[in-house]
Design a protein around this ligand. Structure first.
Ligand code: PLP
Length: 795
């Protein structure tokens, strides 16, 4: 592609400011300029986008369809500029216009259409698919309100609605001609031996397209988000009768379907609206896929060779019955034929082993909301029993509940786990019986993250150093980072690596002081745990370690302590009471410790509110230590862990999820391992009084818990923490107490390692050099080869 010059960019920005935004430069706000810049960049994406569509069509290429209830995209503009390789030309253009680039980029609201790792994975996959020239569509929901905004009041989480669509969104194209009717409820009638569903309600799903451009700007795919609209816009009779509010009811009712993202991460909500949202996304996507397919081919038997559909978790698992319904009821196929085509097309990614997160719907709810699908689910289940002789305990319908995990498994050609350990546990626990019946179905595709956003864009200081040292190839081929290994022995390189990290830390430190009043010494260890707040992720373990360390420093204030800044970030699901208590505790402890003059130069705690993709981009490049401390066997993969490794932070972590593979890649000597293994966890949990025994045996832990119980961090009143303390002493289902001793000792090893700066920098360099495996390009290549059977297309 011919890259536009800075002068051209500048002209086009001024053109869009005037003609698209309708603003004169002298009156333009940051918002106006941001839109003008965004339209300028968008214009440059449209050309490869259309070329990609044409090439896929002309070559009869097989397409990938990624169905996900969440896409945690973050900001788009900066990433698009990077992928078009226009960063320096744009810098020049903006400078000439007298604009502050950072201010313009930061004006864009985060598209927070997801909760955490699962949604962010979908966003990284979209970017990698485009970077690898794979014809692909992402299908999701255009939530008017993404994930809630988090504030702290008196240390407690307060949620407020997020309103990213309250302003024009320059990246999307609305397609009013791509609209589908989505039915709910009603009844099923047998007419001439065929089942006919008469929905009792319906809404329109309308397509809103966002192009996703790949690295180099050669290829762009579509993220197609569905917005819900009423079938009848407005009740004119009621309006004319004077009932103005009631007249707008149909519209309001339909819109609730794409109004809000469910803010739960890892618990199942069981709400009718959620089921309707899942069906809304899935049915719209499948209707769109079949329309496109039938526009190109007239033989439905070709479907598996032209279409690969990936279900991101069980949320779109209704795709099995819905695809069968469309093929049987709309296209006249018989059940077995429809089932085989569906199974040849659908695949399912499992993301969790936590029982509370496995989706189940009562048969009466499923039967009421989707009566035809309930019939088909029974047919699938009966068919599976007859063809495999499967035991009753793996039935899809059990005890009046529809098990979506089993449904997704039975209807999928391939089922994948998201890290090596997780996949083994999927085989041996949640799907053990199904795995025995279908031994070739489960496979592993370890997650990854895109190095364009998470390294080149988020960390320009490090990216620049890499470019100068080994060239720019790593951006498209992250394995090229291996060329950095010899530099781990090069003192000049290590000095520059330290300089880049320090610059990021200084910048973050300024922000923490300005936003939170926390003074973070850039020479301290920046010790960061950012992710959703969940018991299994064990933020509690981290804050208990902080309390214990504080007490030790307090007892020996002239000791030779390694200064440390602990940074937390993350949201709790609004209904997850224990997670919210942990947030409260971290804030209470921070408030007490930060103002202690005896310890303040050694230990500070910062908890910036409202963790999101943009905050991750600021924090991760400034981190020295990555906290990946989940109870072994609970974290399916993690992707935050990979972002830190790429950015030269060392990990303190358990043998859980992809931590196992990170440690294998970077070398055990460059990773701070602690804690029980997944195999050991069960044994400890089965030991009565395990927590109490561990607490009694560890003076640091015992003292820390006593300090909380005495109200040392909460003005003498500990009642907010009684339940949390009680749970820690008596149940401790995530083994915080058992792992504490090893964690505390390992943190002290971190302290001394950090003081040997040369050695630390060498370890950091090796972490970067050996992080190539964790590119989502590698993950997508794995899906292409093992699951989808697709190849890249030349535009
Ligand atoms: C990467 C990312 C996550 C996932 O983090 P984990 O540590 O893997 O749970 C969650 N939220 C945001 C904003 C992210 O960027």
């Amino acid at each position: 592609m011919q890259l536009p010059s800075a002068q051209t960019l500048q002209d086009r920005i001024l053109y869009h400011l005037t003609h698209t935004q309708g603003r004169a430069p002298e009156h333009a706000t940051t918002f106006d300029w941001r839109l003008a810049v965004s339209y300028t960049i968008r214009d440059l994406i449209v050309t490869p986008w259309m070329a990609a569509h044409r090439a896929a069509h002309a070559q009869g290429a097989k397409r990938v369809y990624y169905l996900s209830m969440e896409f945690l995209i973050g900001r788009i503009l900066g990433d698009a500029i990077i992928n078009l390789k226009l960063d320096s030309a744009m810098d020049e253009a903006l400078q000439f216009l007298g604009l502050d680039k950072q201010e313009i980029l930061n004006d864009e609201p985060d598209a927070a259409l997801g909760n955490g790792g699962l949604g962010r994975l979908a966003a990284c996959f979209m970017e990698s698919l485009a970077s690898l020239n794979v014809p692909a569509f992402g299908y999701g929901i255009r939530y008017e309100h993404g994930l809630f905004r988090q504030r702290f009041e008196a240390g407690q989480q307060v949620e407020t609605p997020e309103d990213w669509l309250n302003q024009p969104h320059p990246w999307e194209f609305v397609r009013i001609d791509y609209s589908y009717t989505i039915g709910f409820k009603g009844h099923v009638e047998e007419i001439d031996g065929r089942e006919v569903w008469h929905p009792g309600e319906s809404v329109i799903a309308r397509a809103y397209d966002t192009p996703v451009v790949g690295w180099g700007g050669e290829w762009a795919n579509t993220l197609r988000l569905w917005g819900a609209h009423p079938t009848t816009l407005f009740d004119l009779h009621r309006f004319n009768a004077g009932d103005h509010a009631a007249a707008a009811e149909p519209e309001a009712l339909a819109r609730t379907l794409s109004r809000v993202l469910y803010p739960d991460d890892g618990t199942e909500s069981g709400k009718e609206l959620r089921l309707k949202q899942e069906f809304f996304l899935t049915s719209a996507a499948l209707q769109d896929i079949l329309r496109r397919f039938l526009g190109e081919y007239d033989d439905l038997d070709l479907l598996p060779s032209k279409v690969a559909i990936q279900l991101n978790d069980t949320h779109p698992a209704i795709a099995g019955p819905e695809l069968i319904r469309l093929l049987m009821d709309e296209h006249g196929l018989d059940f077995a034929h429809a089932r085989d085509l569906a199974r040849g097309t659908l695949n399912y990614t499992n993301h969790t082993l936590l029982p509370e997160a496995l989706e189940r719907w009562s048969t009466w709810l499923m039967g009421r909301v989707l009566p035809r699908h309930m019939q088909i689910i029974q047919m699938i289940d009966d068919d599976h029993r007859k063809t495999t002789g499967r035991p009753e305990r793996v039935a899809i319908v059990q005890h009046d509940q529809v098990h979506m995990g089993e449904l997704a498994f039975v209807m999928a050609g391939k089922v994948n786990g998201v890290s090596a350990l997780h996949t083994e546990l999927v085989k041996s626990t949640v799907f053990a019986d199904l795995h025995k019946l279908h031994p070739d179905r489960i496979l592993n595709e370890t997650n990854g993250v895109t190095p364009r956003r998470w390294l080149r864009m988020a960390n320009p200081a490090l990216a620049g150093l890499l470019d100068e040292s080994i060239g720019t190839e790593w951006t498209a081929n992250l394995d090229a980072l291996r060329q950095l290994e010899p530099f781990a022995e090069d003192a000049a390189f290590l000095d520059r690596l330290r300089g880049a990290k320090r610059a990021n830390k200084v910048w973050l430190s300024d922000g923490l002081l300005h936003d939170l009043g926390v003074s973070a010494d850039p020479d301290a260890i920046f010790d960061v745990q950012v992710k959703r707040i969940h018991e299994y992720k064990r933020q509690l373990l981290n804050i208990l370690e902080a309390i214990a360390l504080w007490r030790r420093i307090h007892d020996d204030p002239n000791g030779d302590w390694t200064p440390r800044v602990k940074i937390f970030g993350g949201k709790a699901a609004p209904g997850y009471w224990l997670a919210k208590t942990v947030i409260h505790l971290i804030n209470d402890v921070a408030a007490t410790i930060n103002k202690d003059p005896v310890t303040s130069k050694f230990l500070q705690i910062a908890y910036p509110p409202n963790y999101n993709v943009s905050m991750a981009e600021d924090l991760i490049p400034a981190s020295d230590l990555s906290e990946q401390i989940s109870t072994a066997g609970k974290e399916a993969s993690g992707t935050g862990n990979m972002k830190f490794t790429m950015n030269g932070a060392l990990t303190i972590g358990t043998l859980d999820g992809a931590n196992v593979e990170i440690r294998e890649q970077v070398g055990a000597e460059n990773f701070f391992l602690f804690g029980l293994t997944a195999d050991e966890v069960g044994g400890v949990l089965a030991t009565p009084g395990h927590a109490r025994a561990a607490i009694e045996a560890n003076e640091d832990l015992k003292a820390a818990l006593h300090m909380i119980a005495e109200g040392r961090f909460s003005g003498g009143r500990a009642d907010p923490y009684f339940s949390l303390l009680d749970r820690t002493w008596n149940d401790d289902p995530f083994l915080v107490a058992t792992d504490f001793g090893d964690y505390f000792a390992t943190q002290r090893r971190v302290d001394s390692a950090f003081r040997d700066t040369r050695h630390w920098d060498r370890m950091a360099a090796l972490n970067i050099a050996r992080s190539g495996y964790f590119s989502s390009d590698r993950t997508i290549r794995g899906y292409m080869r093992d699951i989808w059977d697709v190849t890249p297309v030349t535009p």
